[in-house]
Write a protein that binds this ligand. Structure first.
Ligand code: PEP
Ligand code: MG
Length: 579
């Protein structure tokens, strides 16, 4: 049966009927009014703005209870826009001067407004056009008195198929209690839509290309968010297999919860630290609840991707302090901002790049924008008094970058000392190993840093020359390629010889297929999405280091990805059943 692959952005397996959401824009008939009706239409318009603003405010509060205030801030744009008197005034003018109905005036204005965002060079600002469509839908539904929730009322749970979804559409759909999951044609793993799906725990796949053309309402779909796979109208065997898998996953989750307080310790006594990856400080308690013994990757760039613009030093200090305090002396690895590539900050400083992943990204951007980098380092250094704070520099691909970054860090420390701030003078400094260059020169890097963390998401894409966010080459993107595994081995060996701790913080760390191999290779710290921690712990508690080492050696003797995967699948099955 047709099977489509996309980017799984929120894990879980569901099976259910599809509803394909209308992909066309809302069309409002051109309607003009009599002059005498102007006050009436103006009244309707003002009421629609007010009701939409109240509704979104309520949604924001509800959402923040479930997913934290930072994520709920995504709706800040809608709220601020609806509270701003300017758009309302301009729409009123259209009613007054052109005698448009309130609904038509809204649609004319919003179309123009949306176009302005679509024409902007920055992909981040282009994304805002989706929020504009969202606001338009809300206003039009308020004006027409229709419910804006397509799934209101009783009915079976469904999988939504759409060209794209806005964050507030997902929240509204989720509220209906009928949303099993969603799949979209477009979208990348770092879109707001993806972040919201993961925050709500809704299985989701984006970037499927043309799922809206391939699936129809009423089709049965299997959505495997963990592997980014959708099956359209599965046959009986596929249905049975996936339904069993979904039930199995639920049982497994319940069983794993029992391991929360236990160590990730092999049967022969080796302890592995399982840390959490976060984007916002209020995710720390969730990580601890899943059994994380610290945070191995705080992706701070997400603080910079809010509508409100880059956070000030003070705001960052508060964010880092909140995370450090919530961890109560457990380690907190703060990665300096990894902007660029597919993670763009709002603001006008972005020149379009032909190859953004090979462009002014990450540490390269930071080193060229000291007015942003220095306040970030100041905030991190100041937060060091509140816990076990460590600094990590992303995408280091040559020793000079590490030296420059450390130079700026030292300047910042001197500055803070002169200003009388308290901070720990010996904050550990780490580098991410995300490029083949860094892996090959790990020895030199290790001489000048306190720890190394392998960012396999990027290491894979740069080693294999496969864009990690491009669904068209997704089948070529694999951690199991011998070249990737050998680079990891090289870095681990350097760490062991030079006594510099090495961890892995890319998605590979949380992929159960690689747990035994990573442990057998000697990795003592793995950092992953919190939801993967219990599973990794279970596997580690079911193996001996002797076996894991044997597996690690054998894997490195294979020539192809297929052999690696087959072998690892078999070895993992022995301790974990059917993964
Ligand atoms: C990585 O590249 O593996 C990594 C952890 O960083 P990010 O996914 O944020 O690029
Ligand atoms: Mg990376």
């Amino acid at each position: 049966m047709p099977l489509m692959r996309g980017i799984g952005v929120s894990s879980g397996v569901v099976l259910g009927p599809a509803i394909v959401l209308e992909t066309e824009e809302t069309r409002v008939p051109r309607r003009t009014i009599q002059r005498a009706q102007i006050p009436h239409e103006m009244g309707l318009l003002a009421k629609a703005f007010e009701s939409a603003r109240i509704a979104i405010g309520q949604e924001r509060v509800e959402f923040s209870h479930r997913a934290g205030t930072e994520l709920a801030d995504i709706f800040g744009f809608h709220e601020r826009w609806l509270a701003d008197p300017k758009p309302l005034k301009e729409i009123e003018q259209l009613i007054d001067e052109k005698l448009y109905s309130a609904a038509y005036a809204v649609s004319v204005f919003m179309r123009r407004y949306r176009r302005r965002f679509q024409e902007m060079a920055s992909p981040f600002l282009q994304e805002r056009a989706k929020d504009v469509v969202d606001i338009e839908r809300r206003l039009l539904h308020e004006l027409s008195g229709e419910s804006r929730d397509e799934l209101q009322g009783e009915g079976d749970p469904v999988i939504i198929v759409a060209h794209d979804l806005t964050p507030s559409q997902i929240v509204a759909l989720d509220k209906s209690k009928r949303l099993l999951g969603f799949v979209t044609d477009v979208g990348g793993p770092t879109s707001h839509t993806a972040i919201i799906a993961a925050g709500l725990g809704i299985p989701a796949i984006v970037g499927l290309g043309n799922i809206t053309a391939n699936a129809s309402s009423g089709d049965t779909l299997i959505l495997d968010g963990t592997h980014g796979v959708v099956v359209i109208n599965p046959d009986t065997t596929q249905k049975k297999e996936y339904a069993e898998r979904a039930v199995h996953l639920q049982e497994v989750r319940a069983n794993l919860a029992e391991l929360r307080e236990m160590f990730a310790e092999t049967k022969d006594g080796y302890i592995v630290q399982l840390l959490g990856n976060i984007e916002f400080p209020d995710e720390v308690p969730g990580c601890i609840a899943q059994g994380a013994t610290g945070i191995g990757l705080f992706r701070t760039e997400f603080l910079f991707m809010q509508d409100s613009g880059p956070p000030s030093e003070e705001q960052q200090y508060e964010a880092y302090k909140t995370a450090a305090e919530a961890l109560a002396d457990r380690p907190l690895v703060i990665r300096t901002m990894d902007v660029g590539g597919d993670k763009l900050m709002p603001g006008g400083t972005w020149e379009p790049e032909k190859n953004p992943f090979l462009g002014l990204r990450s540490i390269r951007y930071s080193l060229q924008h000291l007015s942003i980098f220095r306040p970030q380092l100041r905030a991190i250094v100041r937060a060091s008094v509140h816990g076990d704070v460590r600094i990590m520099f992303p995408l280091i691909s040559r020793i000079m970058e590490l030296r420059q970054a450390k130079f700026v860090l030292n300047l910042v420390k001197e500055e803070l000392e002169e200003e009388g701030f308290d901070f720990k003078s010996d904050i550990p400094v780490g580098v991410m190993i995300e490029t083949p260059a860094a892996a090959i020169c790990a020895r030199e890097l290790a001489h000048e840093c306190n720890f190394m963390s392998i960012g396999t998401n990027d290491l894979i894409q740069y080693t294999l020359a496969v864009d990690r966010a491009n669904e068209r080459v997704a089948q070529l993107y694999t951690a199991a390629d011998p070249s990737v595994l050998r680079l990891i081995r090289a870095v681990v060996r350097v760490g062991q010889r030079q006594k510099v701790p090495v961890s892995v913080c890319g998605e590979m760390a949380g992929d159960p297929m690689f747990t035994i191999w990573l442990v057998g290779m000697g990795l003592q710290t793995l950092s992953m999405a919190a939801s993967n921690i219990p599973r990794a712990k279970k596997i580690i508690r079911s193996i001996t280091m002797t076996d894991a080492r044997r597996v690690a050696r054998r894997v490195l003797s294979f020539e192809t990805e297929r052999e690696v995967l087959n072998f690892l699948r078999d070895e993992t099955r022995k301790v974990w059943g059917d993964i």
